[in-house]
Design a protein around this ligand. Structure first.
Ligand code: NAD
Ligand code: ZN
Ligand code: ZN
Length: 363
């Protein structure tokens, strides 16, 4: 028997995870979203998840997110309703929600830089209400949703909303990982692990994974890291320099978002190397140009564009990439407060991606 879509059986309300200022979140009743523009779709969420960025938001690191915002920018769902100008999707279609909204028409979108879309970009769970809810409004549905086969695996697909395109685009592609490279990835969270899995598509010789969490490091080793280092002893830089005969690494991917980990990256980069920043930073870092000006290095930053999503969909479908490996915990959507507690205590809980299933939405 199907349960009602929200706790009071009202067709106009739903439950959602709401940011209530730094350190505060609540699972509360909200008005169900409606079509505001003719290019919008309303999607009934079947599966969503929590991102490291949501934790940054809760720490108060992302000032664009204001109190009252429904969080979440990842998920899979079923189209419930479309605006009159949505051409490619219809009620009942199963869709992947991209964390980046793209109008497809502005000068940035025309360059494939969807993250900088003048009326889109990262807006879900940031400047408009997001996916950690029973329903979400998706602007520019035709260019911000991806059609999924009805039999596709919700959990694997949810990993493609954000973390796999992020690890690949901001880490591996910006870092220009090449065959034979020595790559260091600082941060073995879901994003760092997604970088680890996608880096291997480019045949680097060695991948060193650095984190404070031994559980995540052992998972990294099982996913192909050739060396893992727990940096809690403060010796990661020394160890990387020793293992590279003082040369440093070709690519250093920063997947944490704090000064300490950016410092590791800039201390281990080899001449001619690439530092690819992925982490969302809430505080300034010190960039040591007094040393690095003569090193011929490249430093890149990027908000994920999700231009690689169609390619990732193909390699997951072909079996070349097992996206589901990053899922560690599963909860009902209504248990999302507990899921946040688990993700916030990732080390103790041995958590990677926590998946939320909406039992009220049969897919
Ligand atoms: N650029 C983008 O478009 C984009 C997109 C998504 C996520 N992100 C960012 O990527 C980063 C990683 O995301 P995630 O979901 O994997 O986050 P996460 O919080 O799950 O993982 C961060 C990892 O860093 C490790 N860590 C913390 N302090 C450390 C230290 N001093 N030394 C070594 N390791 C340390 C933690 O143990 C953890 O494993 C976050 O900053 C997130 O906001 C960026
Ligand atoms: Zn994210
Ligand atoms: Zn645009």
């Amino acid at each position: 028997m199907e349960r009602p879509a929200s706790d009071d059986n009202s067709p106009t309300t739903m439950m959602a995870l709401v940011y209530q200022g730094p350190g505060c979140r609540a699972w509360e009743k909200r008005t169900k979203p409606t079509i505001l523009q003719e290019t919008d779709a309303i999607v009934r969420i079947t599966t969503t998840t929590i991102c490291g960025t949501d934790l940054h938001i809760l720490k108060g690191d992302v000032p664009t997110v204001t109190s009252g915002r429904i969080l979440g920018h990842e998920g899979v769902g079923i189209v419930e309703q479309v605006g009159t100008n949505v051409l490619d999707f219809h009620k009942g279609d199963k869709v992947l929600i991209s964390c980046i909204t793209s109008c497809g028409r502005c000068s940035f979108c025309r360059k494939g830089m969807y993250s900088q879309c003048q009326t889109g970009g990262w807006i879900l769970g940031n400047t408009i209400d997001g996916t950690q809810a029973e329903y979400v409004r998706i602007p520019y549905a035709d260019t911000s949703l991806y059609a999924l086969a009805p039999e596709s695996d919700d959990e694997a697909m949810t990993m493609l909303s954000d973390i796999f395109p992020t690890g690949l685009e901001c880490g591996v592609l910006n870092g220009q990982v090449k065959p034979g490279d020595i790559v260091a990835i600082v941060g073995a969270g879901p994003v760092g692990l997604a970088a680890l899995l996608t880096a291997q598509l480019y045949s680097p010789a060695e991948i060193v994974m650095i984190d404070l969490d031994d559980n995540r490091l052992s998972i990294a080793r099982s996913m192909g890291a050739t060396t893992v280092m727990n940096s809690s002893d403060g010796k990661a830089v020394e160890s990387v320099m020793a293992m590279t005969n003082s040369a440093g690494v070709d690519v250093a991917i920063e997947a944490v978002g704090i000064p300490a980990t950016f410092n590791i990256c800039q201390s281990i980069i080899a001449p001619g190397g690439h530092i690819a920043n992925v982490g969302v930073h809430g505080k300034p870092v010190e960039f040591h140009l007094e040393r690095l000006w003569s090193y011929n290095i490249t430093l890149t930053t990027r908000l994920v564009d999700t231009v690689t999503t169609p390619m990732l969909l193909k390699i997951v479908k072909s079996g070349r990439l097992d996206a589901k490996r990053l899922v560690s915990h599963r909860f009902e959507l209504s248990e999302i407060m507990k899921a946040y507690d688990t993700f916030e205590n990732a080390s103790k809980e041995r958590a990677l991606k926590v998946v939320l299933k909406n039992a009220n939405a049969s897919s």
